[in-house]
Design a protein around this ligand. Structure first.
Ligand code: NAD
Length: 439
Protein backbone atom coordinates (compact mmCIF):
# COMPACT_ATOMS: atom_id res chain seq x y z
CA UNK A 1 0.00 0.00 0.00
CA UNK A 2 1.35 3.42 -0.90
CA UNK A 3 0.88 6.67 0.85
CA UNK A 4 -1.54 8.54 -1.43
CA UNK A 5 -0.86 12.17 -2.35
CA UNK A 6 -2.36 14.65 0.14
CA UNK A 7 -5.90 15.60 -0.73
CA UNK A 8 -8.11 18.57 0.06
CA UNK A 9 -10.42 17.77 3.00
CA UNK A 10 -13.54 17.67 0.81
CA UNK A 11 -11.96 15.21 -1.64
CA UNK A 12 -10.55 13.13 1.19
CA UNK A 13 -13.93 12.92 2.88
CA UNK A 14 -15.63 11.99 -0.39
CA UNK A 15 -13.11 9.20 -0.93
CA UNK A 16 -13.45 7.78 2.59
CA UNK A 17 -17.22 8.09 2.49
CA UNK A 18 -17.30 6.18 -0.79
CA UNK A 19 -15.32 3.38 0.88
CA UNK A 20 -17.78 3.32 3.75
CA UNK A 21 -20.81 3.40 1.46
CA UNK A 22 -19.41 0.51 -0.54
CA UNK A 23 -19.50 -1.50 2.68
CA UNK A 24 -15.78 -2.23 2.80
CA UNK A 25 -15.29 -1.34 6.46
CA UNK A 26 -18.31 -3.21 7.81
CA UNK A 27 -17.35 -6.92 7.79
CA UNK A 28 -15.84 -7.99 11.09
CA UNK A 29 -13.10 -9.69 9.09
CA UNK A 30 -11.99 -6.30 7.66
CA UNK A 31 -12.07 -4.72 11.13
CA UNK A 32 -9.99 -7.43 12.77
CA UNK A 33 -7.56 -7.35 9.84
CA UNK A 34 -7.02 -3.61 10.47
CA UNK A 35 -6.48 -4.24 14.18
CA UNK A 36 -3.94 -6.95 13.42
CA UNK A 37 -2.21 -4.61 10.98
CA UNK A 38 -2.05 -1.84 13.59
CA UNK A 39 -0.59 -4.35 16.01
CA UNK A 40 2.07 -5.26 13.46
CA UNK A 41 2.79 -1.57 12.89
CA UNK A 42 3.45 -1.17 16.61
CA UNK A 43 5.58 -4.28 16.97
CA UNK A 44 7.60 -3.79 13.78
CA UNK A 45 8.01 -0.03 14.12
CA UNK A 46 8.01 0.31 17.91
CA UNK A 47 11.57 1.61 17.88
CA UNK A 48 10.68 4.32 15.35
CA UNK A 49 7.87 5.53 17.59
CA UNK A 50 10.08 5.32 20.69
CA UNK A 51 12.72 7.47 18.96
CA UNK A 52 10.08 9.99 17.86
CA UNK A 53 8.65 10.18 21.38
CA UNK A 54 12.12 10.75 22.73
CA UNK A 55 12.70 13.55 20.22
CA UNK A 56 9.36 15.21 21.03
CA UNK A 57 9.20 14.78 24.80
CA UNK A 58 12.46 13.23 26.01
CA UNK A 59 10.47 10.07 26.83
CA UNK A 60 12.60 7.13 27.80
CA UNK A 61 12.16 3.99 25.74
CA UNK A 62 10.71 2.19 28.78
CA UNK A 63 8.10 4.89 29.21
CA UNK A 64 7.35 5.06 25.47
CA UNK A 65 6.60 1.33 25.41
CA UNK A 66 4.73 1.25 28.69
CA UNK A 67 2.48 4.26 28.16
CA UNK A 68 2.09 4.38 24.39
CA UNK A 69 3.19 1.42 22.25
CA UNK A 70 2.38 -1.51 24.55
CA UNK A 71 -0.64 0.37 25.87
CA UNK A 72 -2.21 0.39 22.40
CA UNK A 73 -1.18 -3.22 21.78
CA UNK A 74 -3.05 -4.26 24.94
CA UNK A 75 -6.09 -2.28 23.82
CA UNK A 76 -5.97 -4.02 20.42
CA UNK A 77 -5.58 -7.48 21.96
CA UNK A 78 -8.48 -6.93 24.31
CA UNK A 79 -10.64 -5.74 21.43
CA UNK A 80 -9.69 -8.67 19.19
CA UNK A 81 -10.53 -11.07 21.98
CA UNK A 82 -13.97 -9.64 22.69
CA UNK A 83 -15.16 -7.94 19.50
CA UNK A 84 -17.50 -10.72 18.35
CA UNK A 85 -19.20 -10.78 21.73
CA UNK A 86 -19.51 -7.00 21.92
CA UNK A 87 -21.08 -6.83 18.46
CA UNK A 88 -23.64 -9.56 19.09
CA UNK A 89 -27.20 -8.22 18.69
CA UNK A 90 -28.98 -7.97 22.01
CA UNK A 91 -32.52 -9.31 22.13
CA UNK A 92 -35.24 -7.20 23.75
CA UNK A 93 -38.55 -8.55 25.14
CA UNK A 94 -41.58 -7.65 22.99
CA UNK A 95 -44.73 -6.42 24.79
CA UNK A 96 -47.79 -8.65 24.42
CA UNK A 97 -49.88 -6.06 22.52
CA UNK A 98 -47.52 -6.35 19.50
CA UNK A 99 -48.20 -10.06 19.28
CA UNK A 100 -45.69 -12.49 17.80
CA UNK A 101 -42.49 -10.58 16.96
CA UNK A 102 -38.88 -10.30 17.89
CA UNK A 103 -36.85 -7.24 18.75
CA UNK A 104 -33.16 -6.50 19.24
CA UNK A 105 -30.50 -3.84 19.21
CA UNK A 106 -27.55 -3.97 16.87
CA UNK A 107 -24.45 -1.82 16.55
CA UNK A 108 -24.21 0.06 13.25
CA UNK A 109 -20.97 1.81 12.27
CA UNK A 110 -21.44 5.57 12.01
CA UNK A 111 -19.48 6.37 8.84
CA UNK A 112 -16.39 8.58 8.78
CA UNK A 113 -14.90 9.46 12.17
CA UNK A 114 -12.46 12.31 12.91
CA UNK A 115 -9.89 11.77 15.68
CA UNK A 116 -7.95 14.87 16.81
CA UNK A 117 -5.04 14.02 19.12
CA UNK A 118 -2.86 16.07 21.51
CA UNK A 119 0.90 16.10 22.00
CA UNK A 120 1.40 14.57 25.45
CA UNK A 121 0.81 10.90 24.55
CA UNK A 122 0.81 11.62 20.83
CA UNK A 123 0.88 8.01 19.63
CA UNK A 124 -1.42 6.42 22.21
CA UNK A 125 -4.06 9.15 22.08
CA UNK A 126 -4.26 8.95 18.30
CA UNK A 127 -4.03 5.19 17.78
CA UNK A 128 -6.27 3.98 20.64
CA UNK A 129 -9.33 5.94 19.42
CA UNK A 130 -8.54 4.99 15.80
CA UNK A 131 -8.46 1.31 16.84
CA UNK A 132 -11.88 1.75 18.47
CA UNK A 133 -13.34 3.52 15.45
CA UNK A 134 -12.06 0.78 13.11
CA UNK A 135 -13.29 -1.99 15.42
CA UNK A 136 -16.72 -0.38 15.19
CA UNK A 137 -16.53 -0.52 11.37
CA UNK A 138 -15.85 3.11 10.45
CA UNK A 139 -13.52 4.94 8.12
CA UNK A 140 -11.23 7.37 9.98
CA UNK A 141 -9.37 10.63 9.53
CA UNK A 142 -6.71 11.04 12.24
CA UNK A 143 -5.06 14.38 13.00
CA UNK A 144 -1.93 14.13 15.17
CA UNK A 145 -0.64 17.08 17.18
CA UNK A 146 1.73 19.49 15.47
CA UNK A 147 3.39 20.03 18.87
CA UNK A 148 4.82 16.50 18.73
CA UNK A 149 6.23 16.82 15.20
CA UNK A 150 8.43 13.71 15.14
CA UNK A 151 5.59 11.45 16.27
CA UNK A 152 3.17 13.19 13.90
CA UNK A 153 5.54 12.59 10.98
CA UNK A 154 6.06 8.94 11.96
CA UNK A 155 2.31 8.35 12.13
CA UNK A 156 1.70 10.08 8.79
CA UNK A 157 4.43 8.02 7.13
CA UNK A 158 3.78 4.62 8.69
CA UNK A 159 0.02 4.33 9.21
CA UNK A 160 -0.65 4.25 5.43
CA UNK A 161 1.92 1.48 5.05
CA UNK A 162 -0.04 -0.76 7.39
CA UNK A 163 -3.71 0.23 7.39
CA UNK A 164 -6.16 0.28 4.48
CA UNK A 165 -5.64 3.67 2.79
CA UNK A 166 -9.12 3.48 1.28
CA UNK A 167 -10.51 3.90 4.79
CA UNK A 168 -7.84 5.48 7.01
CA UNK A 169 -6.04 8.78 6.48
CA UNK A 170 -3.61 10.70 8.67
CA UNK A 171 -3.72 14.45 8.11
CA UNK A 172 -0.88 16.43 9.66
CA UNK A 173 -1.09 20.08 10.56
CA UNK A 174 -2.02 22.71 13.11
CA UNK A 175 -4.91 25.10 13.59
CA UNK A 176 -5.45 25.90 9.88
CA UNK A 177 -5.54 22.26 8.78
CA UNK A 178 -7.76 21.24 11.71
CA UNK A 179 -10.12 24.13 11.02
CA UNK A 180 -10.38 23.04 7.38
CA UNK A 181 -11.14 19.46 8.44
CA UNK A 182 -13.78 20.65 10.90
CA UNK A 183 -15.70 22.32 8.08
CA UNK A 184 -16.46 18.88 6.67
CA UNK A 185 -19.33 16.73 7.82
CA UNK A 186 -18.08 13.82 9.92
CA UNK A 187 -20.26 11.21 11.60
CA UNK A 188 -18.42 11.45 14.90
CA UNK A 189 -15.53 13.53 16.24
CA UNK A 190 -13.32 12.47 19.13
CA UNK A 191 -11.16 15.34 20.32
CA UNK A 192 -8.51 15.07 23.04
CA UNK A 193 -7.03 18.29 24.37
CA UNK A 194 -8.08 21.42 26.20
CA UNK A 195 -11.51 22.88 26.89
CA UNK A 196 -10.99 26.03 24.82
CA UNK A 197 -10.38 24.06 21.62
CA UNK A 198 -12.99 21.53 22.78
CA UNK A 199 -15.57 24.31 22.52
CA UNK A 200 -14.36 25.18 18.99
CA UNK A 201 -14.66 21.52 17.97
CA UNK A 202 -18.13 21.21 19.46
CA UNK A 203 -19.33 24.41 17.76
CA UNK A 204 -18.01 23.19 14.39
CA UNK A 205 -19.62 19.79 14.94
CA UNK A 206 -22.96 21.40 15.83
CA UNK A 207 -23.24 22.83 12.29
CA UNK A 208 -23.54 19.25 11.00
CA UNK A 209 -25.26 17.78 14.08
CA UNK A 210 -22.16 15.60 14.46
CA UNK A 211 -21.86 13.92 17.85
CA UNK A 212 -18.65 14.58 19.77
CA UNK A 213 -16.55 12.89 22.40
CA UNK A 214 -14.43 15.46 24.22
CA UNK A 215 -11.51 14.09 26.21
CA UNK A 216 -10.40 17.15 28.16
CA UNK A 217 -8.34 17.80 31.26
CA UNK A 218 -8.52 19.84 34.45
CA UNK A 219 -7.09 19.85 37.94
CA UNK A 220 -7.27 16.31 39.33
CA UNK A 221 -6.99 16.39 43.15
CA UNK A 222 -5.34 13.80 45.38
CA UNK A 223 -6.67 13.62 48.92
CA UNK A 224 -4.26 12.17 51.49
CA UNK A 225 -5.91 11.05 54.71
CA UNK A 226 -4.38 11.19 58.17
CA UNK A 227 -2.64 8.07 59.38
CA UNK A 228 -1.76 6.56 55.98
CA UNK A 229 1.65 5.05 55.20
CA UNK A 230 3.22 8.16 53.68
CA UNK A 231 6.19 6.40 52.12
CA UNK A 232 3.84 4.30 50.01
CA UNK A 233 1.57 7.27 49.28
CA UNK A 234 4.51 9.46 48.25
CA UNK A 235 6.03 6.78 46.03
CA UNK A 236 2.74 6.27 44.16
CA UNK A 237 1.93 9.98 43.99
CA UNK A 238 5.38 10.86 42.64
CA UNK A 239 5.33 8.05 40.07
CA UNK A 240 1.93 9.24 38.80
CA UNK A 241 2.69 12.94 38.92
CA UNK A 242 6.16 13.04 37.38
CA UNK A 243 5.60 10.48 34.61
CA UNK A 244 6.10 12.32 31.28
CA UNK A 245 7.32 15.30 33.37
CA UNK A 246 3.78 15.81 34.68
CA UNK A 247 2.28 16.21 31.20
CA UNK A 248 -0.43 13.62 31.76
CA UNK A 249 -4.13 14.47 31.62
CA UNK A 250 -4.91 12.22 34.61
CA UNK A 251 -1.84 13.21 36.65
CA UNK A 252 -2.57 14.21 40.25
CA UNK A 253 -2.61 18.00 39.86
CA UNK A 254 -2.46 18.93 43.55
CA UNK A 255 -2.62 17.34 47.00
CA UNK A 256 -5.24 18.09 49.64
CA UNK A 257 -4.28 17.10 53.17
CA UNK A 258 -4.23 18.32 56.76
CA UNK A 259 -1.28 20.45 57.99
CA UNK A 260 0.36 17.73 60.07
CA UNK A 261 0.25 15.14 57.26
CA UNK A 262 1.46 17.82 54.84
CA UNK A 263 4.73 18.31 56.74
CA UNK A 264 5.49 14.58 56.79
CA UNK A 265 4.40 14.15 53.18
CA UNK A 266 6.82 16.84 51.96
CA UNK A 267 9.76 14.82 53.24
CA UNK A 268 8.35 11.54 51.94
CA UNK A 269 7.86 13.06 48.47
CA UNK A 270 11.44 14.34 48.35
CA UNK A 271 12.63 10.83 49.17
CA UNK A 272 10.29 9.25 46.61
CA UNK A 273 11.49 11.61 43.84
CA UNK A 274 15.08 10.73 44.62
CA UNK A 275 14.14 7.06 44.54
CA UNK A 276 12.65 7.49 41.06
CA UNK A 277 15.17 9.79 39.40
CA UNK A 278 18.24 9.92 41.65
CA UNK A 279 19.72 13.00 43.31
CA UNK A 280 19.86 14.88 39.98
CA UNK A 281 16.74 14.18 37.87
CA UNK A 282 18.30 16.20 35.01
CA UNK A 283 20.77 13.35 34.58
CA UNK A 284 18.15 10.59 34.73
CA UNK A 285 17.28 8.95 31.39
CA UNK A 286 13.87 8.14 32.88
CA UNK A 287 12.82 11.77 33.35
CA UNK A 288 11.14 13.66 30.48
CA UNK A 289 11.26 17.23 29.22
CA UNK A 290 8.67 19.97 28.69
CA UNK A 291 7.14 19.93 25.22
CA UNK A 292 7.71 23.55 24.18
CA UNK A 293 9.22 26.83 25.31
CA UNK A 294 5.76 28.32 25.70
CA UNK A 295 4.80 25.59 28.19
CA UNK A 296 8.24 25.84 29.85
CA UNK A 297 7.75 29.60 30.44
CA UNK A 298 4.19 29.06 31.67
CA UNK A 299 5.40 26.44 34.18
CA UNK A 300 8.48 28.25 35.51
CA UNK A 301 6.23 31.24 36.28
CA UNK A 302 4.34 28.95 38.70
CA UNK A 303 7.40 27.82 40.66
CA UNK A 304 7.08 30.51 43.34
CA UNK A 305 3.43 29.83 44.07
CA UNK A 306 4.43 28.26 47.41
CA UNK A 307 7.38 27.21 49.53
CA UNK A 308 9.62 24.90 47.47
CA UNK A 309 9.85 21.77 49.58
CA UNK A 310 11.92 20.04 46.94
CA UNK A 311 12.96 20.69 43.32
CA UNK A 312 12.68 24.12 41.73
CA UNK A 313 15.64 23.86 39.33
CA UNK A 314 15.14 24.43 35.60
CA UNK A 315 17.02 24.92 32.35
CA UNK A 316 15.37 26.62 29.40
CA UNK A 317 17.80 25.32 26.81
CA UNK A 318 16.91 21.68 27.49
CA UNK A 319 13.34 22.47 28.65
CA UNK A 320 14.09 20.72 31.94
CA UNK A 321 12.08 21.45 35.07
CA UNK A 322 12.93 19.42 38.17
CA UNK A 323 10.20 17.44 39.91
CA UNK A 324 9.00 20.12 42.32
CA UNK A 325 6.82 20.00 45.43
CA UNK A 326 5.32 23.28 46.62
CA UNK A 327 4.19 23.38 50.26
CA UNK A 328 1.63 25.59 52.03
CA UNK A 329 0.09 26.66 48.75
CA UNK A 330 -2.85 29.06 48.96
CA UNK A 331 -5.96 28.19 46.95
CA UNK A 332 -5.60 31.67 45.44
CA UNK A 333 -2.01 31.08 44.23
CA UNK A 334 -1.43 31.16 40.45
CA UNK A 335 -0.56 27.44 40.42
CA UNK A 336 -4.09 26.68 41.64
CA UNK A 337 -5.85 28.67 38.90
CA UNK A 338 -5.28 26.37 35.92
CA UNK A 339 -4.36 22.76 35.13
CA UNK A 340 -0.60 22.56 35.82
CA UNK A 341 0.28 19.94 33.19
CA UNK A 342 3.90 19.86 34.30
CA UNK A 343 6.15 18.58 37.11
CA UNK A 344 4.93 20.84 39.91
CA UNK A 345 2.94 19.35 42.80
CA UNK A 346 1.31 21.85 45.17
CA UNK A 347 0.14 20.77 48.60
CA UNK A 348 -2.93 22.64 49.77
CA UNK A 349 -3.88 22.28 53.41
CA UNK A 350 -7.43 21.56 54.52
CA UNK A 351 -8.78 20.73 57.97
CA UNK A 352 -10.01 17.28 56.94
CA UNK A 353 -12.37 15.32 54.71
CA UNK A 354 -15.35 17.69 54.86
CA UNK A 355 -13.26 20.63 53.76
CA UNK A 356 -11.58 18.52 51.06
CA UNK A 357 -14.96 17.52 49.64
CA UNK A 358 -16.13 21.14 49.63
CA UNK A 359 -12.86 22.20 47.99
CA UNK A 360 -13.35 19.64 45.20
CA UNK A 361 -17.03 20.45 44.69
CA UNK A 362 -16.38 24.21 44.59
CA UNK A 363 -14.31 23.68 41.43
CA UNK A 364 -14.78 22.18 37.95
CA UNK A 365 -15.40 18.44 37.83
CA UNK A 366 -11.95 16.88 37.37
CA UNK A 367 -10.91 14.14 34.96
CA UNK A 368 -9.72 12.06 37.91
CA UNK A 369 -9.93 12.16 41.68
CA UNK A 370 -7.48 10.21 43.81
CA UNK A 371 -7.60 9.40 47.50
CA UNK A 372 -5.18 7.66 49.81
CA UNK A 373 -7.03 6.45 52.86
CA UNK A 374 -7.53 3.32 54.97
CA UNK A 375 -11.09 4.32 55.80
CA UNK A 376 -14.05 2.69 54.03
CA UNK A 377 -16.27 5.55 55.16
CA UNK A 378 -13.94 8.10 53.59
CA UNK A 379 -13.87 6.10 50.36
CA UNK A 380 -17.66 5.81 50.32
CA UNK A 381 -18.13 9.50 51.03
CA UNK A 382 -15.73 10.57 48.27
CA UNK A 383 -17.42 8.22 45.81
CA UNK A 384 -20.89 9.43 46.72
CA UNK A 385 -20.31 13.13 47.35
CA UNK A 386 -18.00 14.14 44.47
CA UNK A 387 -18.11 13.87 40.68
CA UNK A 388 -15.10 13.16 38.45
CA UNK A 389 -14.33 11.33 35.21
CA UNK A 390 -12.62 8.52 37.13
CA UNK A 391 -11.88 7.75 40.77
CA UNK A 392 -8.71 6.06 41.98
CA UNK A 393 -8.16 4.85 45.53
CA UNK A 394 -4.54 4.19 46.47
CA UNK A 395 -3.09 4.43 42.95
CA UNK A 396 -3.10 7.28 40.44
CA UNK A 397 -3.40 6.81 36.64
CA UNK A 398 -3.86 3.04 36.62
CA UNK A 399 -7.66 3.05 36.21
CA UNK A 400 -7.23 3.99 32.57
CA UNK A 401 -5.17 0.89 31.89
CA UNK A 402 -8.10 -1.35 32.83
CA UNK A 403 -9.60 -2.15 29.45
CA UNK A 404 -13.11 -2.83 30.73
CA UNK A 405 -13.40 0.61 32.34
CA UNK A 406 -14.63 3.60 30.30
CA UNK A 407 -12.13 6.44 29.98
CA UNK A 408 -13.64 9.90 29.86
CA UNK A 409 -14.46 13.08 31.73
CA UNK A 410 -17.54 14.84 33.05
CA UNK A 411 -18.45 18.53 32.97
CA UNK A 412 -15.35 20.61 32.20
CA UNK A 413 -13.21 17.47 31.94
CA UNK A 414 -15.16 16.26 28.93
CA UNK A 415 -18.06 14.20 27.65
CA UNK A 416 -18.34 10.65 26.41
CA UNK A 417 -15.78 7.91 26.85
CA UNK A 418 -13.86 5.19 25.05
CA UNK A 419 -11.54 2.17 25.53
CA UNK A 420 -12.58 -1.43 24.99
CA UNK A 421 -16.30 -1.97 24.57
CA UNK A 422 -16.93 1.71 25.32
CA UNK A 423 -15.18 2.53 22.05
CA UNK A 424 -17.77 0.37 20.27
CA UNK A 425 -20.54 2.26 22.09
CA UNK A 426 -18.99 5.60 21.14
CA UNK A 427 -18.28 4.89 17.48
CA UNK A 428 -21.52 3.01 16.69
CA UNK A 429 -25.21 3.73 16.50
CA UNK A 430 -27.21 1.34 18.62
CA UNK A 431 -30.07 0.58 16.24
CA UNK A 432 -33.44 -0.63 17.48
CA UNK A 433 -34.95 -3.35 15.28
CA UNK A 434 -38.42 -4.90 15.36
CA UNK A 435 -39.34 -7.88 13.16
CA UNK A 436 -42.93 -9.14 12.96
CA UNK A 437 -43.84 -11.95 10.60
CA UNK A 438 -46.39 -11.11 7.91
CA UNK A 439 -48.40 -14.25 8.52
P1 NAD B 1 -2.70 20.26 21.58
O1 NAD B 1 -2.21 21.65 21.61
O2 NAD B 1 -1.89 19.18 20.99
O3 NAD B 1 -4.14 20.33 20.91
C1 NAD B 1 -4.89 19.19 20.66
C2 NAD B 1 -5.30 19.18 19.21
O4 NAD B 1 -6.12 20.31 18.92
C3 NAD B 1 -4.13 19.22 18.24
O5 NAD B 1 -4.31 18.22 17.28
C4 NAD B 1 -4.21 20.61 17.67
O6 NAD B 1 -3.75 20.69 16.35
C5 NAD B 1 -5.68 20.92 17.72
N1 NAD B 1 -5.98 22.35 17.81
C6 NAD B 1 -5.29 23.28 18.52
N2 NAD B 1 -5.86 24.50 18.37
C7 NAD B 1 -6.93 24.33 17.55
C8 NAD B 1 -7.93 25.22 17.02
N3 NAD B 1 -7.95 26.50 17.32
N4 NAD B 1 -8.88 24.68 16.23
C9 NAD B 1 -8.87 23.37 15.94
N5 NAD B 1 -7.95 22.50 16.40
C10 NAD B 1 -6.99 22.95 17.20
O7 NAD B 1 -3.03 19.73 23.02
P2 NAD B 1 -3.36 20.53 24.34
O8 NAD B 1 -4.71 21.11 24.33
O9 NAD B 1 -2.22 21.40 24.73
O10 NAD B 1 -3.38 19.25 25.30
C11 NAD B 1 -3.33 19.41 26.64
C12 NAD B 1 -4.72 19.29 27.25
O11 NAD B 1 -5.28 18.07 26.85
C13 NAD B 1 -4.68 19.26 28.75
O12 NAD B 1 -5.75 20.01 29.25
C14 NAD B 1 -4.87 17.79 29.07
O13 NAD B 1 -5.40 17.54 30.34
C15 NAD B 1 -5.79 17.37 27.98
N6 NAD B 1 -5.68 15.96 27.72
C16 NAD B 1 -6.75 15.18 27.95
C17 NAD B 1 -6.66 13.82 27.75
C18 NAD B 1 -7.82 12.92 27.96
O14 NAD B 1 -7.74 11.79 27.50
N7 NAD B 1 -8.90 13.35 28.58
C19 NAD B 1 -5.48 13.26 27.30
C20 NAD B 1 -4.39 14.11 27.07
C21 NAD B 1 -4.51 15.46 27.26
Amino acid sequence: MNNPAPQQPAELLARLRATFRAGKTKPVSWRTRQLHRMRTLLTERGETFAAALHADLGKSSTEAYRTEIDFVIREIDHTLEHLDGWLRPEPAPVPAFIGEASAWTQYDPLGVVLVIAPWNYPAQLLLAPVAGALAAGNAVVAKPSELAPATSAALARLVPQYLDTDAVAVVEGGVAETTALLEQRFDHILYTGNGTVGRIVMAAAARHLTPVTLELGGKSPAFVDRGTDLDTVAARLAAGKFLNAGQTCVAPDYVLTDPETARALEAALAKAIEGLYGADPAASPEYGRIVSERHFDRLTALLDSGRQATGGAYDRETKYIAPTVLAEVSPDAPVMQEEIFGPILPIVEVAGLDEAIDFINDRDKPLALYAFTESDTTRERLAAETSSGGLGFGLPLAHLTIPDLPFGGVGESGMGSYHGRYSIETFSHRKAVLAKPLS
